[in-house]
Ligand binder design. Structure first.
Ligand SMILES: [Zn+2]
Length: 650
């Protein structure tokens, strides 16, 4: 019998009234500390039975609180997993399926926004650019320390823009030092165990045979500094502390090196520890729980009403030993194969006994007998499989919204542009990603291809363009009509300045997928590079029709028109580029130049000054401005601008 919701709520209320007399309006309401450690497999932590590592901090936190032996993320990707933790909702409602330019809806309540309304000082310190405030998880935080230099994105890899744990803890302790006398909520995110594995000394030597473990041991030691601070200030015992992983790591299981592509427990199962303030609790919970339970659990423990639409459940009754584990089914998904490669998405349902994965070839694992999920029983146990499929369909119906909440736009255009050019933003020719299509390739038939393409993307992001092109060419032998792969090959050729080869690839992509916006955009750029300005104009106009936020398409369209001496059209397109992206220095400079050429000096001056204000280190707009001013007879001002340009040239 499934545990009925009303019984669960009643139990939660009873447990609360009996055991946790906490109220956030109370001055004595506990402080709340959430620590997330990225890419942390539960079975690589000491208190979860792993002998080859030392994680004394997590172990002692678990000894002082409750260890959940079977906690799972609904989605094995950093941003959507944290979104589930802090909103208590699944991606089917929040719309945070992937890392491809979605922004959390500002109307969606988060743990931070609710605690702030309840009088908490709220602070967060983040270890990775993938959780930058641009993606919306900063909602409700008075203090959100991200500060990643997105200008480095041109030459760097977003996932590698990280802040080491010691630096995260330094900033955290600095903020706590100023705020610990208030009632506070702190979220600290450590990114270190994420690939690539590069632990600092002495962990690099001590864990030389498993550098991943070295990163975990380092992160554990750094969490220890935070716990020591809490103990030193007498705050530890009375604080509500949660420690969680956001997803695991494949480490080669099922052919998956990292995470995000599959939904096996190698990447869904995470450590999850809750330390309630000075309240009796059970030490260990075996029932399956979701990281989406984090928010409602914290609020229930504090006696704060859980916002409507929250889908996770309070774990307080389980922690208090007041509830028998129900027959709960947990939902999981990954849309990464679908969004990036137009291969099938995966959805799963997991109970205490079984894990069902809805793929073109469905999978069923007996978790008691086969925790490593190596024997697919679906062909033999059709009845169990179909029952699990029924449970999954019920969850999908229950958790889905009429319209998902995430904002599909709202990232600043320059960042979106970089995400697109680095291959982050998704496949755009696949139609509605929520419409299931069982004819799409099964991800388990594509894992080797995926790892090869991932290496090719990594090569390209690190400037190894020829290696990237070679791997993509190999990948295309398996799947010649894979538009995303062919598009990436076109990009590598483009960056290698092999424009004729790039044009061939982009042309083929557009033949196969006529609305593939990014391929059309790059076809436009490539046409311009080979001197085909009519072709460039046609493609860039089409790219703008399909994506009205592509300021770079508008800019390059303006430049192409200029080549054709079509001055009014050029001015209109350049104007469009700075309307889409008002802080676009290059757009203002080019627009200023063309306006000056067209005999509109006053407006030219406005845009050139704007270009200078936006990019003070660029001498070119000073030179242009000097010429316009001189033509107007303003010789002293013109000479001053020339002087500035000479100073910048030095
Ligand atoms: Zn992560």
């Amino acid at each position: 019998m499934p545990f009925s919701r009303s019984i669960f709520i009643t139990l939660a209320a009873v447990a609360l009234s009996l055991v946790v007399p906490l109220s956030a309006t109370d001055k004595a309401a506990p402080n709340v500390i959430v620590i997330t450690i990225d890419t942390l497999r539960a079975d690589h932590v000491g208190c979860y039975g792993y002998k080859a590592i030392r994680t004394p901090t997590i172990d002692s936190l678990a000894a002082d609180g409750t260890r959940f032996d079977r906690a799972y993320t609904p989605v094995p990707v950093t941003l959507p997993s944290h979104s589930a933790m802090f909103t208590g909702t699944y991606p089917t409602l929040s719309g945070m399926h992937d890392f491809s330019g979605n922004v959390l809806n500002p109307q969606q309540p988060t743990l931070a926004s609710v605690l702030k309304e309840n009088g908490y000082a709220t602070g967060a310190v983040i270890g990775s650019a993938v959780l930058d405030s641009r993606f919306g998880l900063n909602q409700g935080f008075d203090f959100y320390y991200d500060h990643f230099d997105f200008n480095r994105l041109q030459e760097s890899n977003l996932e590698e823009m990280e802040r080491p744990a010691n630096a995260v803890v330094d900033v955290t302790l600095d903020w706590l030092g100023k705020n610990y006398q208030k009632k506070f909520f702190l979220w600290m995110h450590l990114y270190d165990p994420h690939h690539p594995y590069r632990p600092p000394p002495p962990y690099d030597k001590e864990y030389v045979s498993s550098l991943y473990d070295g990163e975990i041991a380092f992160a554990d030691a750094q969490v220890g500094r935070l716990i020591a601070f809490l103990k030193q200030k007498g705050l530890y015992a009375d604080s509500l502390i949660v420690l969680s992983g956001d997803h695991g790591e494949g480490l080669g299981e099922h052919g998956e090196k990292t995470h995000g592509f599959f939904i096996y427990n190698s990447t869904l199962h995470v450590p999850f520890v809750i330390h309630l303030p000075a309240a009796s609790s059970v030490k260990q919970v075996e029932a399956p729980v979701s990281v989406a339970d984090l928010m409602p659990t914290v609020l229930a423990a504090l006696g704060i009403a859980v916002p409507a639409k929250v889908q996770g459940q309070s774990l307080v009754p389980l922690i208090m030993g007041k509830a028998k584990p129900g027959d709960r089914t947990l939902y999981s998904e990954t849309f990464l194969p679908r969004i990036h490669f137009n291969w099938s998405e995966l959805r799963g349902a997991e109970t205490a006994n079984y894990h069902f994965i809805d793929a073109p070839r469905p999978e069923l694992y007996d978790l008691k007998k086969d925790p490593g999920e190596t024997q697919n029983l679906f062909p033999q146990k059709k009845a169990v499989g179909e029952e699990m499929r029924g449970k999954l369909n019920t969850l999908v119906r229950e958790y889905s919204a009429n319209q998902e909440l995430a904002q599909k736009t709202g990232l600043d255009p320059a960042l979106m542009e970089r995400l697109k050019s680095l291959g982050y933003a998704g496949f755009s020719g696949g139609g509605d990603p929520n419409a299931s299509n069982r004819d799409l390739p099964d991800p388990k038939d594509r894992i080797e291809l995926y790892e090869l393409i991932s290496e090719a993307i990594s090569d390209a992001q690190h400037g190894r363009l020829q290696e990237s092109a070679d791997k993509l060419t190999t990948a295309l032998k398996t799947e010649p009509n894979a538009v995303a792969t062919r598009y990436l090959l076109g990009l590598s050729y483009y960056r290698l300045l092999r424009f004729e080869d790039a044009r061939k690839e982009f042309t083929r992509v557009v033949e196969l997928s006529p609305d593939y916006t990014l391929a059309i955009f790059y076809l436009g750029l490539t046409n311009a590079r080979v001197g085909d300005f009519d072709g460039a104009i046609a493609s860039l106009k089409r790219a703008l029709e399909l994506d009205s936020t592509n300021f770079s398409a508008a800019f390059n369209l303006g430049v192409a028109y200029l080549q054709k001496k079509q001055i009014p059209e050029s001015i209109a397109a350049l104007r469009q580029s700075v309307t889409i992206y008002p802080d676009y220095a290059e757009g203002h400079r080019a627009l200023g130049d063309v306006l000056a050429y067209a005999g509109q000096p006053d407006e030219a001056i406005v845009h050139l000054r704007r270009a200078i204000a936006l990019d003070p280190g660029d001498p070119r707009p000073h030179v242009s401005l000097a010429r316009v001013l001189a033509a107007k007879g303003l010789n002293t001002e013109a000479e001053a601008e020339m002087q500035k340009s000479r100073e910048l040239h030095r």
